[in-house]
Design a protein around this ligand. Sequence first.
Ligand SMILES: Cc1ncc(COP(=O)(O)O)c(C=O)c1O
Length: 381
Amino acid sequence: MAVGITFTNHSIQPKAINPARGRQAINQSVSQPNISLIMTTNKRGFASDNNSGVHPNILNAMASVNGGHTIAYGDDPYTEEAIKLFRKEFGEHVEVFFVFIGSAANVLGIKAATQPYNAVICAETAHINVDECGAPERFSGCKLLTVPTPDGKLTVDLVKKHMHGFGFQHHSQPKIISISQPTELGTLYTPDEVKTLADYAHEHNMYLHMDGARIANAAVALGMSFRQFTTDAGVDILSFGGTKNGMMYGEAVVFFRPELAEGFMYTRKQGLQLASKMRYISAQFSAYIQYNQWRQTAEHANKMAKLLASELKSVPQVTITQSVDVNGVFAIIPKEIIEKLQQEYFFYVWDEERSEVRWMTSWDTTEDDIKGFVSTLKSLL
Ligand SMILES: Cc1ncc(COP(=O)(O)O)c(C=O)c1O
């Protein structure tokens, strides 16, 4: 059943909010927000693409499905429509399940393809290893076998050290190689590199999992469709992210082998990720995919990272440490300026010992943000 999600096409720059009008609208039903707090917390920085708001087109898409009643838990025409759009991108054979957050997409996707006696090989820097509070181990029961890498990327040579003990009852049995595209260090796999890892995994009766929390940034940087470096490169399970690129919430688990999706609806429910009002996730994804919203926002974020890197080239005290392929810039900067700079534009220290920081750009980063940031940084040197 075809459903219409309508929205106006906003330009990338969000309109400044008129606090007075906002207050009037809110006054009708709830108590007044503390506007000065809102103004303070709305200050843009470079901490994370999660810190930015929601693109107006996505908000409009959510509003456009807000009328009337529809069946809950995903049995609604909006969800059907969104899944169709995923199938258009990735292939008719894929199975798609929406969840709330990216960690859940990773954890539940991994759980679907493993037994608790299995192991998952990943980079030491992988989100599943560093930033999911042990949830992959807790929910799947699997052991994570990590690999140090110079740039966040796995290779067959790097993975090999964990590829042993198959059939030996005393060892965890490797079942998944998990990569992030782009990586947590803002680097990218080419489709050939993905395929080499997928082929290697398949030769060993294993699966390739891809954490695509920022998959849109990868696609625009590679100048490719999603399909070219996932379906066509042999990926088996994908976490498809939307939140970091202008959505409010909502990620998808995409299975490229339908047998892996068997029973996944129960796994998702047990994993507490079955949204009752699913239509609001689905409407976001429909707008995001159908109108190429993902491309517009990711292109902009990537462009802003490139601009930041190029503006910093002329600053000898700043050393960029990773290739700037998507929307992150990693750099070593003098320790003594970090705190003062953070007060003006918040960001995270990536590696305290090396004085390495991470600056993330977002769909709403402006050229003025970059110029202001670089000039503040220079003034502190
Ligand atoms: C590489 C990567 N994967 C997954 C996630 C998902 O995180 P969350 O569970 O916060 O949505 C993130 C968020 O920072 C990430 O950077």
